[in-house]
Design a protein around this ligand. Sequence first.
Ligand code: CMC
Length: 431
Amino acid sequence: MTNAAKSAMLRFDNKEIELPIYSPTVGPDVLDIRKLYAEGDVFTYDPGFTSTAACESAITFIDGDKGELLHRGYPIDQLAMDSHYLEVCYLLLYGELPEKQQMIDFEARVTNHTMVHEQMHYFFRGFRRDSHPMATMVGVVGAMSAFYHDSTDISDPWQREVAAIRLIAKLPTIAAMAYKYSIGQPFQYPKNDLDYASNFLQMCFAVPCETYVVNPILAKAMDRIMMLHADHEQNASTSTVRLAGSSGANPFACIAAGIACLWGPAHGGANQACLEMLREIGTVDRIPEYIAKAKDKDDPFRLMGFGHRVYKNFDPRAKVMKESADEVLELMGVHNNPTLQVAKELERIALSDEYFVSKKLYPNVDFYSGIILDAMGFPTSMFTPIFALSRTVGWIAQWKEMVTDPTQKIGRPRQLYTGELKRDYKSVDER
Ligand code: CMC
């Protein structure tokens, strides 16, 4: 933990408590309130953790006002343009960009683990064919702890490392299997002579009776989608992984918990919800109706793919993703389809409408990723699984950091209780 150079005095009810203030390498100062309950007999109240730092971390930094996202100090737009997914994985996991040989060794380690235990195939068959692939993934990833006993001892650094590599290597295989199962096609084994993104595309789109050649433009776009989703500091699913891990749960169980959290439409489920919304709007002339709904305080409807808890200027991932969207749409020749026309017009209106401008609601990464994945041929139900497999490295890097953090404790938030006072039980005849 950083040493406190400053402190703040909190005075209330004749008490005076000195609270240390830590200065991070970049970003707002952090007030240490750990002794508040012991010395002041009060809790803090912060639903949604909008002002609470729950951990110390050196992996990712976001400046929401500047629209900046840094992984280990490197800006996401530089990584997205010049790096590739597995290199970003290495950076997130180990803190530095790899040298040539380190990259070769890391790629070989990941590639060596792409197949799943053959018995897992039977596990898939227990699911209904119409299961959402996220439902299947929560189950199958959780079940990895039943298949890989030699990497569940979290006190052993080597086992933690093997679990991390296994998760990064197998998540694309599991996501592709969930997809193939849902459409009734045979599972496609990984091909280790392909790069990570191309291998995922072939596991999703190849069939045994035909030759499948991966289009390099689509592989590049897929790799970029993966990079742009790799980590995002303490978001809901990452915090879920940390909270699950804080009890000492094994990494496979923790990542399954992260996948469950990611599924919600306010988080990773937004890419699916966004495309479904664009299809529901259907034609450009219906946009004003939906804009009015989004502004109506009595209507719970929100424009999916707009707004972000942290970015209140623009989402730097969305900027790069928009470029990929243009490339992929050009290649697939779908620049004139009705969904895309709705998307373009919605983007134009929202960026100039007073309501969205004043609330700083910009298109986020999910607005564009859904459009790209749709053009690539993925059904909407696969959008969130692709987010999940890409985010697995972030989750596992944050989990590894937490496990070795000497200040780490089991997560146990407190509450502002507003229920009944103590009262005596009455038998049913007396009620
Ligand atoms: N459409 C219409 N109004 C909105 C929207 C939206 N998408 N997002 C926020 N607002 C309004 C909201 O009604 C509120 O208005 P008021 O101040 O008058 O009550 C104001 O903007 C602030 O909203 P908030 O709910 O306090 O903001 P938040 O930081 O808690 O929520 C969010 C962030 C991402 C959950 C929200 O913007 C949202 O629901 N967006 C749509 C879902 C979405 O696209 N999520 C993906 C996020 S990016 C991927 C990821 O990181 O998972």
